[in-house]
Design a protein around this ligand. Sequence first.
Ligand SMILES: [Mg+2]
Length: 260
Amino acid sequence: MPGFIIDLDGTMYAGTRPIPGAAEFIGRLKQEGHPFIYATNNSSKRPEQVAEHLHAVAGVEACPTEVLTSAQAAARYIADRQPGARVFVIGEDGLVHAAGEAGLIVTEERPDFVVQGIDRRFSYAKLEAAVRHIKSGAAYVLTNPDHLLPGEGGFHPGAGALAAAIRTASEAEPIVIGKPSPILLGMAVARLGLPASEAWVVGDNLRTDIAGGRAAGCRTALVLTGLATPDHADELIARSGVQPDLICRDLPELFDRSCR
Ligand SMILES: [Mg+2]
């Protein structure tokens, strides 16, 4: 029985709007006992907040344990390599909280790791501190490489845009955790308890969800409810050079084609 690693924005909801069929899809997965997990590149929120948003916007009852954020995956990645590591955090509540949950010590002094996500209070002082720590030997971990995020009133710079400043000044390349890196998706596969080849990575973004799913050895399904739309899918696939295993108008169509 296949399992599913499901993207959120553009797949389960579009910002604060529901996406038709998403709640029905999750209901059918639960009914038939398919394992699933929500995997998001968003590092700013705690899993509890993500679950609440799913309920409020998509009308889906969700447990925090069904959610894996890039913040949790980054903290786990560091803790697996160095339990109790000292970390300098550039990020928001979700990342600071995940670091604490993983037993990491958040500090401004002599960190072993600089871990960075989206930070809407990013500043020259934070950039300067991050670069100093990296130059002094701290490893640099980036939650997700997204340059731009859709949101209210258009697009907003993401964690990858801030990372560009840190990379330029430090001349160091980060370890990337979120999609299209297979690190977050590999942890999601492990949580499903299935071989990667039996897990579908589902999302609306070819360059993150589908490219990451392929890198992680999973099956991939593009849904045309977000970034990719029925009008532009072929053009986006040609331009990205990333081919999904399935292209589905929406999540109910994916259920019919992957579980039947
Ligand atoms: Mg998406």
